[in-house]
Write a protein that binds this ligand. Structure first.
Ligand code: ASP
Length: 309
């Protein structure tokens, strides 16, 4: 069995703010990302390469909050977070607070494969990127008017805001992080997540996306998970690892574990969002406790499915 699932963020999505053309753009991008990952799997490639390639595509797509199109910090910069994990080796790599890197997921993979470390942050992570030959791009590459206008709406306020939460009234709360999970034909699982974090963030804030066990986790004994939502809650609930533990130690199915964590534990916590998950048999779960989650998936013999609400 094999399979792949991807997400482009969850949240309180206001249907009336979406035009048919924009919706089609999102669905096309989700479908393309699934297809890119699936082609790697069908050619006997690794789940790790499949999730990296799918996330890279979503990072390059400016409507999602990762890579190009990432949200602005309070200082009008971009600070990117990403992580990746291999379920076979339990090796993982992550970066937090990095600027100028077009595909943070590939830098996270380089941390996993070419360093002795798991998580590199800020200036040090950028030095590592240059040492590994990553091109460092100007801030202008990451600029989109949509994100800049979102920042201008809230820059004088004290809080931080999830992307798209600031341009409608009442707020359209959307979490535009991207992620992918996959099971390859060799039985190996992998997960990856990439984000710009939250609009108006400062003080080096990082969410759950670069935290192994919170926003990303993969283990060949259980499942692969990539999360999206209000990162502070996902860190405190150790969401991704909790699902794996419920399967490994309590014997829950993927579906049972996902429902318990996303629609019970996180709801009681006040943590809005969702996640994508795949288990060792290729079962796919895409739970969210918000009104929508941009998502796409394909199991071994199925067609590609995409959905938002
Ligand atoms: N989880 C991300 C964060 O808190 C946000 C998101 O999912 O869009 O940084």
């Amino acid at each position: 069995m094999s399979g792949i699932a991807i997400h482009g963020g969850a949240g309180t999505l206001d249907r009336s703010a979406m035009t048919p053309e924009l919706e089609q753009q999102y669905l096309n991008a989700l479908s393309a990302a699934v297809s890119i990952g699936d082609q790697i799997i069908q050619k006997n490639g690794s789940a790790l390469d499949a999730v990296e390639a799918a996330v890279k595509y979503l990072e390059d797509f400016p409507l999602f909050n990762a890579g190009k199109g990432a949200v602005f910090t309070h200082d009008k910069t971009h600070e990117l977070d990403a992580s990746i994990m291999c379920g076979n080796t339990l090796k993982a790599g992550a970066i937090a607070g990095v600027s100028g890197i077009a595909n943070p997921v590939s830098l996270a993979k380089a941390v996993m494969e070419k360093s002795d470390h798991v998580l590199l942050c800020g200036i040090g992570a950028m030095k590592f990127a240059e040492f590994q030959g990553f091109e460092v791009l100007p801030e202008s590459y990451f600029h989109t008017d949509l994100r800049y206008n979102q920042l201008l709406q809230v820059i004088h306020e004290d809080g931080i805001f999830l992307d798209h939460s600031v341009h409608t009234d009442p707020p359209d709360k959307k979490f535009g992080t991207v992620g992918a999970v996959a099971l390859d034909k060799h039985g190996n699982l992998a997960a990856a997540t990439s984000t710009g974090g939250m609009t108006n963030k400062r003080w080096g804030r990082a969410g759950d996306s670069p935290i192994i066990g919170a926003g990303t986790y993969a283990n060949n004994n259980t499942c692969a998970i990539s999360c999206t939502g209000h990162g502070e809650f996902f860190i405190r609930a150790v969401v991704a690892y909790d699902i794996s533990c419920l399967m490994e130690y309590a014997g829950l199915t993927l579906e049972e574990a996902c429902q318990k964590v996303v629609n019970d534990k996180l709801v009681k916590f006040g943590g809005e969002g969702g996640l994508i998950a795949i288990d060792t048999k290729g079962n796919i779960c895409l739970p969210f406790n918000s009104t929508g989650m941009y998502r796409g998936w394909k199991s071994e013999s199925s067609e590609i499915f995409t959905a938002i609400y």
